[in-house]
Design a protein around this ligand. Structure first.
Ligand SMILES: Nc1ncnc2c1ncn2[C@@H]1O[C@H](COP(=O)(O)OP(=O)(O)O)[C@@H](O)[C@H]1O
Ligand SMILES: [Mg+2]
Length: 265
């Protein structure tokens, strides 16, 4: 089967006047159509940089990115990006935030609205269409963010710690919701997190990055059956996967500047 997304020998060095920092070195990954892949690693190991390179937002210093077998040289509107902080426009309602990307794509108003209403329903926010971002919770804002990313019908969805800012309970609900939505048409998803249990729960494969410079340490296939309910998290198989991934990044954590969470007993 052909690859949806491929990173070949990706490297990134940030240079400033007096110094340079090599964040990633020789990272090669392939992602198949419809796969849900997570990238994990300690804070500062280059996850966001890698995701941005795969998306086309950041140019690699070495190597190349291919989407559907073609080399990319910048972002396109067909790649959805969901950030850690819900980045909604505060002066627009929920509905108007979701239609925003479609307006840029010049989709006729009535069509955009109908699609937005469907997506708002999909993320469980029917009834909040005319609310402003400041009037809804962080978890709800992040749902709007997901609806907005899906509205442009992305080929690949790139998500950078999208649930980092919501409380633990909401996070669990959002994870299950994301899987439910993903299951409908199984888009290709590249998901960055530093929460090990989140990565295991969501993914077909987990790419574990080592730090300084970031390289692919190991790729762990998660053979838990789908659809996965939250109850999966209480199984022994699940705990074994989390434990295995934890051991892979344990050494990095000691030298890293922040501990990953999610592996505590
Ligand atoms: N635009 C940039 N210029 C200079 N350094 C950067 C830039 N972006 C990221 N970095 C550095 O690259 C390293 C990895 O950052 P990042 O990719 O955000 O890691 P992560 O997402 O895993 O926490 C950090 O040391 C960060 O300070
Ligand atoms: Mg990051």
């Amino acid at each position: 089967m052909s690859n949806k997304l491929e990173g070949r020998s990706l490297g990134k060095t940030f240079t400033r006047r007096d110094s340079s920092l090599t964040v990633l070195e020789d990272v090669s990954i392939t992602i198949r159509p419809g796969e849900f892949v997570s990238i994990i690693g300690a804070s500062g190991c280059g996850k966001t940089t890698l995701l941005r390179m795969l998306h086309g937002l950041v140019a690699p210093t070495t190597g190349e990115v291919l989407i559907d077998g073609e080399r990319i040289d910048g972002p396109t509107r067909k790649r959805g990006f969901v950030l850690q902080q819900a980045s909604l426009l505060p002066w627009r309602t929920v509905l108007d935030n979701v239609t925003f990307g479609m307006e840029l794509d010049r989709i006729p108003g009535a069509q955009a609205k109908a699609r937005a209403l469907d997506l708002i329903k999909l993320v469980g926010l029917t009834g909040f269409e005319s609310h402003y971002p400041s009037e809804i919770s962080g978890g709800m804002q992040q749902r709007v963010n997901i609806a907005r990313a899906l509205a442009i019908e992305p080929d690949i969805l790139f998500m950078d710690e999208p649930f980092a800012a919501v409380d633990a309970q909401t996070r669990e609900v959002m994870q299950a919701e994301l899987l439910r939505i993903w299951d409908i048409d199984r888009k290709t998803v590249v998901f960055v997190t530093h929460q090990l249990d989140e990565a295991v729960y969501l993914s077909d494969r987990v790419i574990v990055l080592g730090a300084r410079p970031g390289r692919v340490r190991e790729i762990v296939r998660i053979d838990l059956p789908r659809p996965r309910t939250l109850a999966v998290k209480r199984s022994h198989e699940f705990a074994d996967y989390v434990d295995r991934v934890w051991k892979l990044i344990e050494n990095e954590v000691v030298s890293g500047d922040e501990s990953p969470s999610g592996a505590s007993a």
